[in-house]
Design a binder for this molecule. Structure first.
Ligand code: ADP
Ligand code: MG
Length: 636
């Protein structure tokens, strides 16, 4: 009989090697998680077999009575985890156990903090679980046979975790996978029934297959250790709080408790169960990987179908975790067809509704937990205002911003708080976008608002520019930028006087092409000038963001608003020397850009101008300058 392939010794991917070394050191004190990882793989493999059996007649029957067996042999120092799942072919073994296919791994490696507790919680969130066997084992042996393969097509993989592994054919009577660990001396204390039972209950109690434990030489029959009934299918009244929390941790690998959860059995034209969790902490790659939505798992009649994507959870709720189990979706359906299923659309709508319920409830409670949630997921939730038109107002009511009302506090003011403080006749929710809270708080744009006691929301998150581009109204009040267009804060819309307009015109002529419009206005009380975006154009912020994102943005010239009553402007008005007037105009304009967090076209020239003025101010006047400055022309 010819062998399907020849035995060989191969090297791990460098990444695997690096990971192994790190893991063994970082997770030494969390050694128990190896069992959780191996059981989770056995469970995944059993899920996959069930799923394939749905559409493959040849596998009918194989998906019955699936179980996971753990056996220990204290004398030999071994622990074995075996399943009757899908198994692996030779190529699959090489790909799955010799390399790290998942793109998150590099990020994972970089994110290891050396803090063992944190690192251990990360392991669960990334697909690096198998290698955790080397935390406790000197040698790991995997024997596996793919479903559909013959007994001779079995594969044996052996490694001491030292950079290499050996792979060879072997004969296996059954399909499935058997992972044998030869424990290091110092970890053999794990090999007793009481320890292993405790670890299985702790980490894997809610695995949906029975986990049976046997001890070599002692047991005739294996005893089931876990509570293998799918938790979500049980009636709510039967489930303890601790069980919900345990299930969450086995589902997510998150070491923190969930903030809250919602569990529903929906009856009627469509029957399904829904168990949703609101987590307390963000996986660190949440903001980077917008498309990773492994949070909510879709089951059909207890059979795992897929990690739910857009069809079940919208992107802006990608932090939600849990399970959806439908009784009515057809089991033998392809994942592709599922995408357009109207049943699934209904489920999705419920997921959205229930998730927002949970978030609203937390927002009402307020306090530290809400703050923590907002910090972790606020930016993600904002995407909902942009993406989900139907829920826009509901999501908007959950958003929190910094505000001039509570200058020093963080993001604590909601739109409803703002409305509640608004005057009866006011019809505008004012906001300012800026790069940072500091820039916002010191912005000249706020002067007129402060003076009149009008609250302004301070928006400093990157996504806020997009947010306000989509949210132009809330509860029929307009949202408006303080930095845009003409300001009519006072009823008697004061016509700027002629002298001020003339001065503005002269500044425009002096600056020429670098500036759009120059106009006197009412925004400023203390600063001499500020940049104003036109009513419908892009703000400086938005332009900057788009450029940073690598997009081409048409050069638009910023408008300048001047405060004609300011001493600087009044002084300028009296200067007859055009060159000097031009220099001062340029300074005025550059300052306005800087205050906005903008960039100067020629910073060096700005510095030179300021220094010239400083020297003039500090050095005794030489008296050769007779351009007439200092003669303040009265601007009436
Ligand atoms: P993850 O489970 O997140 O994919 P692991 O490191 O735990 O990452 O496992 C790597 C891969 O090895 C799995 O994705 C799977 O393809 C394969 N594998 C591991 N254990 C088994 C098993 N018991 N049966 C079948 N395949 C397995
Ligand atoms: Mg795994």
């Amino acid at each position: 009989m010819s062998e399907a392939f020849s035995a060989e010794t191969r090297s791990f991917d460098t990444e695997v090697h690096q990971l192994l070394k790190l893991m063994i050191n970082a997770l030494y004190s969390n050694r128990e998680i190896f069992l959780r990882e191996l059981i989770s793989n056995a469970s995944d493999a059993s899920d996959k077999l069930r799923f394939e059996a749905l559409t493959n007649e040849a596998l009918k029957g194989l998906d019955q009575d699936l179980a996971i067996d753990v056996s220990i042999d204290p004398e030999a120092g071994t622990l074995v985890v075996s399943d009757r799942g899908i198994g692996m072919s030779r190529d699959e073994v090489v790909a799955n156990l010799g390399t790290i296919a998942r793109s998150g791994t590099r990020q994972f490696l970089e994110s290891l903090t050396g803090d063992q507790k944190k690192d251990a919680s990360l392991i669960g969130q990334f697909g690096v679980g198998f290698y955790s066997a080397f935390i406790v084992a000197d040698e790991v042996q995997v024997e596996t046979r793919r479903v559909g393969a013959t007994a001779e097509q079995g594969v044996r993989w052996v490694s001491a975790g030292d950079g290499q592994y050996r792979i060879e054919p072997c004969e296996l009577a059954d399909h499935g996978t058997r992972v044998t660990l030869i424990l290091r001396e110092e970890h053999r204390d794990l090999l007793n029934r009481w320890q292993i039972e405790r670890i299985i209950r702790h980490y894997s109690n809610h695995i949906a297959f029975p986990i049976r434990l046997t001890e070599a030489g002692k047991d005739e029959d294996a005893a089931t250790v876990n509570d293998s009934q799918a938790l979500w299918s049980r009636p709510r009244s039967d489930i303890e709080q601790a069980e919900y929390e345990e299930f969450y941790s086995s589902l997510t690998g998150d070491t923190e408790k969930p903030v809250s959860w919602a569990h529903h059995h929906v009856e009627g034209s469509q029957r399904y169960s829904l168990l949703l969790y609101l987590p307390g902490q963000a996986p660190f790659d949440m903001l980077i990987n917008r498309d990773e939505r492994e949070g909510v798992k879709l089951y059909i009649q207890r059979v795992f179908i897929m990690d739910a994507a857009e069809q079940v959870v919208p992107r802006y709720l990608r932090f939600m975790r849990g399970v959806v189990d439908s009784a009515d979706l057809p089991l033998n359906v392809s994942r592709e067809i599922l995408q357009d299923s109207p049943l699934l659309k209904k489920i999705r709508a419920t997921v959205v509704k229930r998730s927002l319920d949970l978030i609203e409830k937390l927002a009402k409670e307020g306090g530290e937990r809400w703050e923590q949630f907002w910090k972790a997921f606020g930016s993600v939730l904002k995407e909902g205002v942009i993406e989900d038109f139907e829920q826009r107002e509901r999501i908007a009511s959950l958003l929190r911003f910094a505000s001039t009302h509570e200058d020093s506090a963080g993001e604590t003011v909601g739109l409803d708080d703002y409305l509640s403080r608004m005057g009866e006749d006011d019809d505008t929710i004012w906001f300012l976008t800026a790069d940072s809270l500091k820039v916002a708080q010191n912005s000249p744009h706020l002067e007129a608002f402060r003076q009149r006691g009008i609250e302004v929301l301070l928006l400093t998150d990157r996504i806020d520019e997009w947010l306000v581009a989509h949210l132009d109204e809330y509860k029929s009040k307009k949202l408006k930028s303080v930095a845009r267009g003409k300001l009519d804060l006072d009823d008697e819309a004061a016509e700027p006087d002629e002298a001020a307009s003339k001065l503005a015109g002269r500044i425009k002529r002096a600056l020429g092409d670098v500036v759009g419009n120059v106009q006197p206005g009412t925004r400023l009380t203390e600063s001499p000038g500020c940049i104003v975006a036109d009513e419908h154009g892009m703000t400086l912020q938005m332009q900057k963001m788009l450029r940073q994102a690598g997009q081409e943005v048409p050069e638009t010239k910023p408008d300048l608003e001047i405060n004609a009553g300011h001493p600087l402007l009044q002084a300028m008005d009296g200067i007859s020397d055009d060159k000097r007037f031009g220099e001062l105009s340029q300074l005025l304009f550059d300052q306005a850009l800087l205050a906005e967090g903008g960039e100067l076209a020629d910073p060096a020239a700005y510095v030179r101008r300021v220094n010239t003025l400083l020297v003039e101010a500090l050095a005794p006047r030489a008296g050769k300058d007779d351009s007439g400055d200092g003669q303040h022309a009265a601007s009436s």
